[in-house]
Design a protein around this ligand. Structure first.
Ligand code: BMA
Length: 313
């Protein structure tokens, strides 16, 4: 019998589930969506949309089953506002959404494309049509950020990925008011040398809170002579001290294999920014950008992923 790698994330047969052709207004590409399951069971994707200026904005798409039948906002849902927030001068990208019960709001942490490169910005919303902007909360160069859903030891916690060239690791920082951030701690380091996740890693979707710890799906960037390859790995962090890594997979668990992941504006990229968990508490819908061109879906089981990670080398 041929031994194969386990399939922890199963691609949906309808992939890619959303493309620029589905949009109600002219756009060039749609990718890297944040995701949330609304209380009425609707899946909302907040998609990164790039137009022909080359700049991105965010647009909401809603579906009853999270797979098809999407209703897409007829206009951009959240546009860069460079007049009030000059740091958004070249657009906004890659939203990660966290529902925060204490605030009864969704926290959208996104990339603001500043004159000096990407920075981390925050907005809160109840309904994905009105937004309270906090502006830039981490200066450039920093991105791949998400807020944890509740305070840890009395403080809000933000995972993010500052760059100190040529390396980029994942960090976590703490705040009492969501504006001033400190107590910065290194959370997960890029590996070195020939590893699939050497030199540059970053958070993918927001962490998944499980009894065993925060389950983190992260991306590793392998630089090759033919360009970069973006793949996904897994790590588990302590619930009470999320900078403490309990387990990390040696192998990547998902990478660009299908033609819609291999070919596009930026080939060989799978880039999730969000997930939903079905009412069974276990079925994971992972939404990812494919080749910076379209949006795809892979499903998995949180318990199976945790079991695999526990036994992984
Ligand atoms: C990263 C981000 C993502 C993008 C990826 C591949 O640095 O900019 O938005 O999907 O590169 O181009």
């Amino acid at each position: 019998m041929t031994q194969r790698y386990p399939e922890l994330f199963r691609r949906h047969t309808l992939n890619p589930i959303l493309t620029a052709a589905d949009w109600p207004y002219p756009v060039h590409s749609v990718f890297n969506p944040g995701a949330v399951l609304l209380p009425n069971g609707t899946t909302l994707l907040l998609c990164r949309v790039e137009d022909r200026t080359g700049h991105s904005h965010l647009c909401a798409a809603r579906s009853a089953n999270g797979v098809d039948g999407w209703t897409i906002d007829s206009q951009p849902t959240l546009l860069a506002d460079p007049e009030h927030y000059p740091e958004e001068m070249w657009g906004i990208e890659d939203p990660r959404i966290t529902f925060v019960p204490e605030l009864n709001q969704y926290a959208i942490v996104y990339t603001a494309y500043t004159r000096d490169g990407p920075g981390v910005a925050l907005a809160l919303t109840e309904d994905f049509s009105h937004f309270k902007r906090y502006g830039l909360i981490m200066q450039p160069e920093d991105k791949d950020a998400a807020l944890l859903p509740h305070r840890i030891g009395g403080h809000w916690a933000l995972i993010h990925r500052p760059v100190s060239a040529p390396v980029a690791h994942m960090w976590i920082s703490y705040s009492s008011d969501l504006r001033q951030w400190g107590s910065h701690k290194l959370m997960l380091q890029a590996r070195k040398g020939g590893w699939w996740d050497a030199n540059k890693i970053g958070l993918s979707s927001p962490p998944i809170e499980t009894p065993q710890g925060w389950l983190v799906i992260y991306h590793g960037v392998r630089r090759t002579a033919a360009g970069s390859i973006y793949r996904l790995g897994l790590a588990l962090f302590d619930l009470h001290s999320p900078e403490q890594c309990l387990k990390r997979s040696a192998e990547w668990v998902f990478g660009p294999e299908q033609s819609y992941e291999q070919h596009g504006d930026v080939g060989k990229v799978v880039f999730p920014c969000g997930y939903t968990i079905a009412p069974d508490g276990d079925t994971l819908h992972l939404y990812y950008g494919a080749a910076d061109t379209s949006i795809a879906l892979a499903t998995g089981s949180v318990s199976a992923i945790l079991k695999w990670l526990e036994q992984a080398r």
